[in-house]
Every structure is written in C-alpha cells, then in structure tokens.
Design a protein around this ligand. Structure first.
Ligand SMILES: *Cc1c(COP(=O)(O)O)cnc(C)c1O
Length: 401
C-alpha cells in the first residue's frame, strides 16, 4: 500500500464508499458494522437524513464568508449552547485540538487580565489526550507524541490520574487551571470518579483556578447526558468540545462563562474557517437531534443493554477480557491479550472497533443504534473472541509435548 499521503497513520488496507446508519460499505461492496463511529464522531450514524438535508441545503446557499461578518446560524448555535449548558459564550473551531488551544489561551488570558500574568501553568493528568498541536501534545504529556518535535511547550504540570493529595500539592502561585477529560478516551475509557470531579471544582474555587473540561470525546450525548460533567453535578469554567458536535463535519468549540472569557476581547484570537456556515448548519442539525430528553434517554437505555451484553461476553471469554468500563455509549474492554488482536479479529468479523491506551478496545458506536445493532455486535464480537482464543490455543505448546 503506497500513496502520496504523509505516512503518519497505520491504516488498514481498505476504504469505504458509503455509509447508512451504523453500517459502512467498502469499495468492494462488503458491509461492516461501525462501532468505531469514525472515532466517536458519527453520533447520528452515517447519512442521517437531517444532517444530509442541513448540509446540502446550506451548500446550495452559501459556504463561507469568514468571521469579518456576522454568521446568523453560528449566533443561533452559540445561543442554543448557552441555553443548554453552563456557558455564556462560544468560540467555534474546526477541530478538537483547536478547541483546546482556545481553552488554554483563554485560561492564561483570564489571569493576565486579572493582573496575574505569572499564573499560566495548567495541571493535566497522565493518560490524557488533548490533541496533536504543539500546545496540546505538551498538555497531554505523552512522550511518544512529544519525541523529536523540539522543546516541549512549557506551562503544564502532569500528575498521576486519581491522586487528590498530589493534585493539592501541585497547585502553586503560578497555577492557572486544571484541565481534565471527565472520561479519558484515548487513555483507555477511564471515567473520573464523580467525587474527584467535585473535589476539583472545589479546589478551583478555593484557589481561584479555572476548571477546563475536555469533552471532545465524551460530550454531545455520548455519556447519556448532553455533557459528561452533568453526571457529577458540577460545571466547568471552560469546556472544549468537537467530534460529535459536527456529526462528521469538522467542527469544534470552546465554551466558557463570561467571567472566564473576560480576557478574550476583539483581536485576541481567531480562525479563518471556524464557525463557517456549512459547519454551523451541521452543528445546529446535530443539536436538533441530540439535545432532547428522548434522545438522551435512548442513549442511556441502549448503553445499559450494551453493557449487559458486554458483561455476558466477558463471562464467556474470561481469559481474554479483564473488565468492561465506561459510561453511556463510550465503553471499553480492558483486555488480557493485546487489544490489537481483538480489534483485528472483530474486523475479520466485519465489526469495526477502535483501540485505546491501557490495552483497551473501545466501542463508540453511533448514538442512534438500537437492539438489532447490539445483537449483531454481540454475535460478531463473540465470534471474534473465539478467533483470538483459537489462535492462542494454536500458539501454545500442548500439555502432551
Ligand atoms: C480527539 C480528541 C482531541 C483532539 O481532537 P482533534 O479533532 O483530533 O484535534 C482532544 N481531546 C480529546 C479528549 C479527544 O478525544
């Protein structure tokens, strides 16, 4: 497989031509059940009629004007996000990493505007993933992503996940904010205990820090609430979202309270494409579907059924699966064998999943799946586990030898 594309991805050697709901069809006409959802992006599945209509109608009218002018659909989307969340203000981006960049700049600017430019450091957590820009690889602190790219951008203190004494000890006179994913995605579907999030909120309040949540992966209905922090009963000061909000169209956003955003005045930040009419049409259409009590109740109910089936799978294949973890339709199988073995075996059964850190197989399907997709998923994953077991048995020397 050679191509003129920069070889930064380890791609599987096939391509999809079309999609319909939770199903994808390859260029060879083979159908796959998509429990990867384009890495937790395709929240309404593929070719959702409302999204297709919103995008094509907008495409026939106007694609792009730049942020030199008002964009009414963007004002409407920001207004709706403000009504639905803690936030007063939204900045639109084209990706998750850019939403984090805006969040990081905003937190630093807030303290600078308060007369404390020395408060620029942000506390982040091991196993975190915040994107691939120079600032967000520094925020994530994963050495694999930092190696060879020159001096690491200063200003981040990485600490162990789940150590509240260490967190308290790390807060200093230069600390500006705490940045955390309420459910770590790339790190291996690791939910932050609700009590720990509440403690962070209290610590931020006590020390004048901003709480920044990265809900790029766990937001927009994926957890069964519109945003995952709602489960803990807290609100952040700043939140980065992306993935699901565009339903497959590149769209991200940085949401904030008016107080946290007070330094972000005219000219302090920008993006040529950010919030363009095509993206705004898609974002509004996604919210039309996802931000209803019925839709979120469906996600919670589906998640319960899926989790029960996965527990059954673990019982049937206890030698492969150590643990089922996650919230809503953001679930992970912590594996006892290399996670890639199950990802590959599932693909051989025409089921798409995604690997994650901590040796986890991620299931992040469209939020629109129902019982029939879950049954199909179970049967395919069950056969995939049997494949892995068979290959293990073949590799093991027999007791008689
Ligand atoms: C995917 C992801 C990002 C980065 O988003 P991009 O759109 O790839 O830049 C940041 N944070 C989290 C939690 C993510 O899952």
């Amino acid at each position: 497989m050679t191509s003129a594309i920069l070889p930064t991805y380890a791609r599987t050697d096939f391509a999809f031509e079309r999609g319909d709901g939770a199903w994808l069809t390859t260029t060879d006409g083979e159908r796959y059940l998509d429990f990867g959802g384009g890495i937790a992006v395709s929240c309404l599945g593929h070719s959702h009629p409302r999204l297709v209509k919103a995008l094509t109608e907008q495409a026939a009218k106007l694609w792009h004007t730049s942020n030199l002018y008002r964009i009414p659909e963007g004002e409407r989307l920001a207004e709706r996000l403000a009504d639905l969340t803690f936030a007063d203000l939204t900045f639109f981006t084209n990706s998750g990493a850019e939403a984090l960049e805006c969040s990081i700049k905003m937190a630093r600017k807030y303290h600078s505007a308060n007369g404390h430019p020395e408060r620029y450091r942000i506390i982040t957590f091991q196993g975190a993933f915040h994107g691939r820009t120079l600032a967000t690889i520094a925020a994530g602190g994963n050495q694999k992503y930092l190696d060879g790219f020159g001096p690491e951008m200063p200003g981040f203190d990485h600490i162990a996940f789940g150590d509240s004494d260490l967190l308290k000890a790390t807060i200093g006179p230069e600390t500006a904010a705490i940045l955390i994913e309420p459910i770590q995605g790339e790190g291996g579907i690791r939910p932050v205990p609700h009590q720990a999030l509440r403690e962070m909120r209290a610590l931020c309040d006590a020390h004048g820090l901003l709480l920044i949540l990265d809900e790029v992966q766990c937001g927009v209905g994926r957890s069964g609430k519109l945003f995952a922090h709602e489960w803990a009963g807290i609100t952040p000061d700043i939140m980065a979202i992306a993935k699901g909000i565009g339903g497959g169209f590149p769209l991200g956003a940085c949401l904030a309270t008016a107080e946290a955003a007070k330094g972000m005045t005219a000219g302090t930040h920008g993006s040529t494409y950010g919030g363009n009419p095509l993206a705004m049409a898609c974002g509004n259409a996604v919210l039309d579907e996802v931000a209803t009590p019925e839709f979120l109740a469906h996600v919670q109910k589906t998640a319960l059924v899926l989790k029960q089936r996965l527990a059954e799978l673990k019982d049937r294949h206890g030698g492969l699966i150590e643990e089922i973890r996650g919230t809503g339709l953001m679930l992970g199988l912590k594996m006892l064998v290399p996670n890639t073995e199950l990802v590959n075996a599932a693909r051989a059964e025409h089921l798409l999943t995604v690997g994650a850190g901590d040796n986890v197989v991620r299931l992040v399907p469209p939020l629109t799946i129902g019982d029939s997709e879950i049954t199909e998923m179970f049967e395919r994953l069950d056969r995939a586990c049997a494949r892995v077991e068979a290959s293990q048995a073949a590799a093991r020397p027999s007791a008689a030898e």
